[in-house]
Design a protein around this ligand. Structure first.
Ligand code: ZN
Ligand code: ZN
Length: 428
């Protein structure tokens, strides 16, 4: 019997910790090491999906595979109430692992360098904790193992394949991501947490010729250089100082020999911002500048400008963020909850929150710092931000989260689901 004088978040926190402690932690760690050793690229998560499906079915959870490619959806129905969707991504990256871990990748040039193996294992662990603790909550949990986050295609593919038509509509969506930073913390941000991003390919069409006779050519390298320079003025001169935005040209290829003016030049851009409006403004400016520079140089053909990948901004719902952070504060202690502010990385998680009728459901996405304490303490830098830049980050070949983050993450997600679906502990 629980004391009825305990306030609800404290009672919830206690229940969440009990449920998380009762899940099969050894199995979660085994699954994590296995997934880490066998990473699969975006859209090819066949083995991973099979493992998720088997683990969910072992808990008696209804499971559908092949949703949006290799996506897996488990539905844990547990009486009347709201529906919470919990999402983990499954894909790895084309990175050659250099972590030195005993369970390092066995696949050449492919690595779980973004920790999606940990997210997948934590999803399965959370499902187990919730399935075994059904008497503590009421409602429905939709468990989503999503393919292809890194390419920005997976969430859209699941939505297009009827995620919201074939499975219960979510009232709230939750996701978590490992990150650099000392293990044990949970990083919660209200409002914008991750940037909108777009990847843009540009081909400038000039006229090639001899390097000694530029007057007979239209030099695409000079046009490209002018474009690169002018693009820098978008953030500086067209975006309000209160907005956060980035325009980077990460790729500029042209030419084959010193004495040949090539016919074309290729540029690759990445654009980041923290709102849909700002993103639209930047994309319009990029198009205008690229076209105008080509015209200014007298290029005969219009440039090709193609948005090859785009992800929306991730904007956490204030109510859900506060509700989840309150339970995490009771679970882990107030000194473990930090607010790092928005980051300029991007995610496709928020695509899952968009319903077929155009409505968006509230969601919350938080970070689980996972740098082993020994690595964190040995990193140069006196301030946490300085150290943050000196420990292996996601997407680097030596990214090696502390496996203790698995139990931490199962507890954090279990607590978050209970925060939304628990039976009122006072009434129980
Ligand atoms: Zn990533
Ligand atoms: Zn990631």
């Amino acid at each position: 019997m629980r004391s009825t004088s305990e306030n609800p978040p404290t009672a919830l926190a206690r229940t969440a910790l009990e449920l998380a402690a009762a899940h099969d932690s050894a199995a979660t760690h085994r699954l994590y090491r296995e997934l880490h050793a066998h990473p699969e690229l975006s859209g090819a998560e066949h083995r991973t999906a099979a493992r998720v499906r088997a683990a969910l079915r072992a808990e008696g959870i209804d499971c559908t595979e092949g949703v949006g490619g290799t996506g897996v959806v488990g539905v844990l129905a547990n009486g009347p109430g709201r529906t919470v969707l919990v999402r983990a991504d499954m894909d790895a990256l084309p990175v050659a692992e250099d972590s030195g871990l005993p369970y390092a990748s066995t696949v050449d040039g492919v690595m779980h360098a973004c920790g999606h193996d940990a997210h997948t294992a934590m999803l399965v662990g959370t499902a187990q904790a919730l399935a075994r603790g059904r008497r503590h909550w009421s409602g429905t949990v939709v468990l989503v193992a999503q393919p292809a986050e890194e390419t920005g295609a997976g969430a859209l593919a699941m939505r297009d394949d009827g995620l919201h038509r074939r499975f219960p509509l979510p009232d709230v969506l939750l996701a978590q991501h490992v990150s650099a930073g000392p293990i044990g913390l949970v990083a919660h941000v209200e409002g914008p947490v991750l940037a909108a991003s777009a990847s843009i390919d540009v081909v400038v069409h000039g006229r090639g010729g001899h390097g000694s006779r530029p007057d007979t050519t239209t030099d695409p390298i000079v046009i490209g250089a002018a474009i690169v320079g002018r693009l820098q003025s978008i953030v500086a001169r067209e975006i309000a100082p209160r907005e956060t935005a980035v325009v980077t040209v990460g790729r500029f290829h042209a030419g084959t020999a010193n004495n040949v003016i090539p016919a074309t030049a290729e540029l690759g851009l990445t654009v980041r911002s923290t709102s849909r409006e700002c993103q639209a403004r930047i994309l319009a400016a990029v198009q205008r500048i690229v076209r105008a520079e080509c015209e200014a140089a007298g290029a005969t053909a219009a440039p090709d400008i193609r948005v090859v990948k785009s992800m929306p901004a991730t904007v956490n719902d204030a109510r859900v963020a506060r509700n989840v952070a309150a339970v995490h504060t009771r679970m882990f202690g107030g000194d473990r909850i930090v607010d790092p502010g928005p980051a300029m990385g991007s995610e496709d998680f928020s695509e899952l929150a968009l319903l077929p009728n155009g409505q968006t459901r509230p969601y919350h996405y938080w970070f689980l710092p996972s740098t082993p304490l020994a690595v964190w303490n040995a990193a140069p830098g006196r301030s946490p931000m300085a150290r943050f830049g000196n420990v292996p980050s996601a997407h680097s070949p030596d990214f090696a989260p502390d496996p203790a983050v698995l139990d931490h993450g199962v507890a954090a997600m279990t607590g978050a689901v209970l925060a939304e679906l628990a039976i009122d502990p006072v009434k129980r």
